[in-house]
Design a protein around this ligand. Sequence first.
Ligand SMILES: [Fe+2]
Length: 329
Amino acid sequence: MRDCLKLIVGGLDGAKVVGEVAGPLDLVPEAFRTRPQIILMDLAGPASLQVLRDVSATLPEARVICLADAPSDQLVQAAVAAGANGIALKSDSPDQLFNAFEGARDGRRTLTAGLAAPILQHYLEILNRKRVTDAAIIETLAAAVDAKDASTGRHIQRVGHLAASLATYIDPALENNDDMRYGFVLHDVGKIGIPEAILLKESPLDEEEWAIMRTHPLIGVNIIAPLGLGDEAGQVVRHHHERWDGGGYPDRLDRYDIPLAARIFTVADTFDAMTNDRPYRQGLSIDEALREIGLKAKSQFDPGITEGFIDLVSDGMLEATAAALEATA
Ligand SMILES: [Fe+2]
């Protein structure tokens, strides 16, 4: 290893080896005597970290490259904190080691590729954990709407399940689309901004009240913006009241201009609203609701998606959803 390193140093313009020690305890006195520009040392646990600190304190102008076998993330972080300018693996190729030397000579902090990969992995895991936090925020927001719009009962969870099953049936590639599912759960989050006198009114809304009610998709888009979710979430929240014939709101989109996730969701949402009691009316039976949904294909709903929904209901989707909700109750 030493011979290999000497060859690498020899390949750097104007570089030469000025000293060599047998063990870490000799490093500081030897470095103090020879004043090297670059110090190369073994990194193997707490004792070497202390040597690293001592070297950095004694010769702050020297750049230190640590060579390690398979250091933990903590050891790498501690070495950087203790003053290491570069960290390389003993298994790195001569090219990578050469780059580490060059980097140290030029004052760059260098982690070789073999080391960077597990550290990147570590940060990806942290980002994934943040995703879980997002899920917790989303559940909390949805629960807040549920609590305010008490008449809907478990509408949000139920419709989330129904819409997810329908989405997977329409396009299996949507099965693991978290952003779309977040959109399903958060579709009515904008109702947080609608007065309870309107939200919980026990008689049909008048025109002015409807105008206020129709603002909830746009309020919802503003509420979820800081969550930084992917496009499908915003598409469902914004467009879940658009209609196939262009008569919906807020943007009066029609047909395939309405994003797929919103076209899927609106069928499941309307069906669930029809079959459950509202303050101003009794819910329809499943058969009655399916008939209504079928009649509204091509006016309110994408006909292909409507057909898929009716097929899924006859295949037992409602029972499966009820069982899934029971299991999480
Ligand atoms: Fe809505």
